[in-house]
Design a protein around this ligand. Structure first.
Ligand code: FES
Length: 510
């Protein structure tokens, strides 16, 4: 049963409140200095920074710019990334953890400086970030995090009160963080890229990289972008180069609601320390204030009925705030690396001309911005203090190894389970606006019945490495439990690593 008052279809508030210019498909081969793949914050910021050099830059995107994770974030510009600093100190030591904090702080300064330089109206506001708990079990963890802040000389405050009216036992405040409207900000960077001569193409999918003297990006319709450097800012790298990224990351989904509320937002950005996760901020627009309420999370394709996650957030919001109405709901996908630190740098130790940025966990605004700065500095051969920290070829045995085994055992389980799974559903069992996996002539097929009773039928074998996709009822997509590829009801790719659509099945010819 769908909950009353919830928008019927998912739509991101960020995407709905800004118009971004559309760009053409690349229909010929080109030669540039830098070929950037991916139209989110990392790709666009890299293109913007390089557009101020004398390098020739092209930016391509498989779908439309700003339609991926950047368009579905909660858009906090903060170095407070949940309970992470105590864990990082235990794993990497104080020095490297301090670098991580510094990198994210520098990203915040970069964003602020760009906003001030171009006077970008993007609801940028400096806000304190609150990490709170209402669980006895987490008080100790929050105290350990406080000790980590102390060691890293982070400007913080520990309290048992906060401005937002939620029951809490303890809260750790990181001072002077920020929030903004990410798409209003990036829309201006796209305009600057265009003014500075960056060639921008949409609906252009990169499929691989070939090497001769220089690397060449090959698109799925066999156009070639020959360049000196390839930047992969595609969320999941489209070119692996035997870096085995699918075995070193997993995809996680989380959910967001935007609500009109009959009370004023007290300021601040809030996140709890425990699970299920909860995050609250405002859109920063006093005239049309919306509260952005996020949380819940699960590995992609393993959420069974994903609609229940929206319902849990709905219930949380109604329990604690004077909700007038819910106006948007959407979900986001994040990639998480073995040691929770993003991979930013050469795709493998030996391939310095192909750069990759991925695994930002849920903190893409700052990590994506610092990735762009690292790429810029690598390409123009300037020093960068964060290069070593983020390098994708690092290997830290603990806790990475245990996670490595778990992620891959999980993928193997899904690969086998999906193939063997018995389904006794029939086409007649499917209600309008619902989907089921059925067997058609012995073959596993995913069938969505739309509200006009039309059937949309796809082969459920994922085009990445062959796992079986699962129905995502909340977002009406087919999601892969192995590495997070997602497809529309007709099989088109919403999210990689898959590059090709699911195979459509014509039931009338079967
Ligand atoms: Fe890798 Fe589906 S995303 S098999």
């Amino acid at each position: 049963m769908k909950r009353k008052g919830m928008p019927q279809f998912p739509k991101s508030y960020w995407q709905d409140s800004v118009n971004v210019e559309r760009f053409p498909h690349l229909d010929q081969s080109i030669k540039v200095d830098v070929g950037i793949v991916g139209g989110g914050i990392t790709g666009i910021t890299t293109a913007y920074l390089l557009s101020k050099t004398n390098l020739k830059v092209a930016l391509i995107e498989a779908g439309e710019l700003l339609n991926g994770t950047t368009g579905h974030t909660t858009a906090k510009i903060t170095a407070q990334h949940g309970l992470i600093y105590d864990e990082f100190i235990n794993h990497f030591g104080v020095e490297k953890t301090a670098l991580y904090y510094a990198a994210n702080n520098e990203a915040k300064k970069m964003i602020k400086q760009i906003i001030e330089q171009y006077k970008i109206e993007c609801n940028f506001q400096e806000q304190d970030a609150y990490l709170y708990t209402n669980s006895e079990d987490y008080i100790k963890k929050l105290e350990n995090e406080e000790k980590a802040y102390e060691k890293l000389a982070i400007d913080y405050q520990m309290s048992d009160q906060m401005p937002l009216d939620l029951p809490i036992k303890s809260v750790l405040v990181m001072k002077n963080q920020a929030q903004f409207h990410p798409l209003k900000y990036l829309k201006i960077l796209i305009e600057k890229c265009k003014e500075n001569g960056v060639q921008i193409y949409e609906y252009t999918t990169a499929s691989s990289v070939e090497f001769s003297k220089h690397p060449t990006i090959i698109t799925i319709d066999r156009k070639r972008i020959t360049c000196r450097h390839v930047v992969q800012a595609t969320h999941f790298p489209f070119y692996d180069g035997e870096g085995y990224y699918p075995t070193r990351m997993y995809a996680d989904r989380s959910y967001v609601l935007a609500a009109k509320v009959n009370q004023s937002f007290p300021g601040g950005m809030y996140k709890n320390a425990e699970t299920p996760s909860r995050s609250v901020r405002s859109n920063g627009n006093v005239e049309e204030e919306l509260w952005i309420i996020g949380g819940e999370s699960h590995k992609t394709g393993q959420g069974i009925s994903t609609y229940k996650y929206y319902e849990a957030l709905h219930q949380f919001a109604e329990q604690h705030f004077k909700i007038d109405s819910f106006v948007y709901r959407w979900s986001a996908q994040d990639l998480i690396t073995l040691d929770k630190l993003p991979y930013i740098g050469p795709v493998t130790r030996k391939q310095h001309s192909v750069l990759v940025a991925t695994g930002f966990r849920k903190w893409g605004m700052t990590n994506g911005t610092i990735a762009a700065k690292i790429f810029h500095d690598m390409i123009v051969e300037e020093e960068n203090p964060y290069r070593e920290l983020y390098t994708p070829s690092r290997f830290q045995a603990d806790p990475s190894l245990k996670k490595f085994v778990k992620i891959n055992a999980d993928v193997t389980k899904h690969l086998i389970k999906g193939k063997l799974e018995y389904t006794d559903s029939n086409l007649e069992d499917i209600k309008p606006d619902d989907a089921k996996v059925v067997r058609i002539n012995g073959k596993r097929a995913g069938v969505y019945k739309d509200e006009d009773n039309n059937l949309h039928v796809v082969d459920t074998t994922c085009r990445h490495l062959g796992c079986e996709v699962e129905w995502n009822s909340g977002d009406r997509t087919w999601d892969c439990p192995c590495h997070g590829s997602r497809y529309t009801i007709d099989g088109d790719v919403v999210e990689g690593p898959a590059k090709e659509p699911l195979i459509k099945i014509d039931i009338h010819s079967n």
